[in-house]
Design a protein around this ligand. Structure first.
Ligand code: GH3
Ligand code: MG
Ligand code: MG
Length: 390
């Protein structure tokens, strides 16, 4: 069994644990969203670069064929050989490669990009020399230019195409890796979220159960304590506190219903002597036996309470002095162990204050004692009224 201090520490610990787990779940879901967002961004960047690289590769290949058309025109001595076509391709190729300037590339991709650019520069330089040779206009020059194109320039264009192809492959692989990393990170974050969320839910459920249980125990305990506070510990009949409450209620009930109720005060005779003769524990046992006997003789709903040391009080609903007298005669006969008691009894219509009724019963008890004990003095409230009137 936990004491309240241990229990509150446990509850505190559990609440903190739930909070930590909920916090963990929030962090994991944030990490998951971040991983997904970053992954999407990386995949988007890498795939758009891959598209540029593929287009650049196609343009580099187109460059050689476009330039070959030009070389043929030169050899055929066409009136105006068209350089525009492959120069346009060259411009487009440079534009595609410019897209890589904004991206952060790993070293191997940077090396490929540099090599492709150098080949393009060399191609352009060769093209300028070729154009100068063609302009010289002699047939031999044109032949030399065409040769130049087929050998040197084509080789540079092919090199550029090869480099850009390799670059596109790396970039595509990188896009795939980024996509995989993103999905792994978001999977891990989801697993964490489920683990944290699930365990925080579980712990919260356990906590709620523990709390409900401890609140239930507390309520039970309070109910038992309240009950104990109303019962006399020795005799098991209601105590003086209950008597005071019930007496006021009984009078109110009689007044409202227009009936009469009876109050009796019982005091054991020479009880000190009984204790002295048989010992205090025996005295206790007798008190208990008398209490149970009295409680057993009244009707359900009537009350027998321990009023003081060896004194009991009785409240009988819907009962006048005459009827009470008969009941008390029976009680005198049934008291155990040769013990006697004296009693003062009075009825009331409930229109008097409770202490007035108790005082009248007490006076009657006093008279019973004075008259030699082992008797009950009964006084009706009607007589009392007459006495007051007289
Ligand atoms: P009387 O006939 O005048 O009432 O005499 P009495 O001896 O009964 O009255 P007194 O007031 O002189 O003494 C009451 C005795 O009741 C004294 C006390 O020891 C005893 N008593 C009170 N409460 C208890 C109790 O709880 N247990 C026991 N064993 N005795 C009790
Ligand atoms: Mg007494
Ligand atoms: Mg007594």
């Amino acid at each position: 069994m936990l004491n309240p201090k241990q229990l509150s520490w446990r509850l505190f610990g559990s609440v903190v644990a739930v909070m930590v787990l909920v916090f963990g779940a929030l962090i994991s879901s944030w990490l998951g969203m971040n991983a997904e967002e970053n992954g999407k961004q990386a995949v988007f960047e890498a795939s758009s670069l891959a598209r540029d690289a593929l287009e650049a590769k196609a343009l580099a290949a187109e460059l050689t064929s476009a330039q070959s058309v030009y070389a043929l025109d030169v050899l055929r001595e066409a009136p105006s050989p068209n350089r525009e076509a492959y120069l346009r391709v060259l411009v487009q190729l440079r534009e595609r490669l410019a897209a890589f300037d904004e991206a952060v590339l790993p070293p191997d991709e940077q090396a490929l990009l540099r090599s492709a650019r150098r080949a393009i520069e060399r191609f352009q330089k060769l093209d300028t020399e070729i154009e100068a040779t063609v302009r010289r206009g002699a047939r031999a020059d044109k032949l030399e230019a065409a040769e130049y194109i087929v050998d040197a320039a084509n080789a540079q264009a092919l090199h550029a195409s090869e480099m850009v192809r390799a670059l596109s492959e790396l970039v595509i692989r990188r896009a795939a890796e980024a996509s995989e990393a993103a999905s792994i990170a978001s999977y891990q974050a989801r697993v964490l979220l489920i683990a944290f969320g699930g365990s925080s839910l579980l712990l919260a459920l356990i906590l709620a159960r523990v709390l409900t249980e401890s609140m239930g125990k507390r309520a039970d305990l309070m109910q038992r304590l309240e009950q104990l506070a109303r019962v006399d510990g020795l005799t098991g009949v209601p105590n003086r506190r209950v008597w005071d409450e019930e007496l006021a209620r009984g009078l109110e009930r009689a007044r409202r219903s227009g009936t009469v109720c009876t109050v009796g005060l019982i005091d054991l005779d020479h009880f000190k002597r009984y204790n002295d003769t048989f010992g205090h524990p025996e005295g206790d046992a007798l008190l208990k036996a008398v209490a149970q006997l009295l409680a057993g003789q009244v009707r359900a709903g009537d009350l027998v309470a321990r009023y003081g040391g060896e004194e009991f009080a009785v409240l009988l609903h819907d009962c006048d002095a005459g009827r009470a007298h008969r009941l008390f005669a029976r009680l005198h006969e049934s008291i155990p162990s040769g013990q006697t008691f004296s009693a003062g009894v009075t009825d009331t219509d409930g229109k008097e204050e409770d202490h007035v009724v108790v005082a009248r019963a007490d006076e009657a008890l006093y008279r019973a004692k004075g008259a030699g004990r082992n008797r009950t003095e009964v006084v009706s409230h009607l007589e009392a009224s007459r006495a007051i009137a007289a």
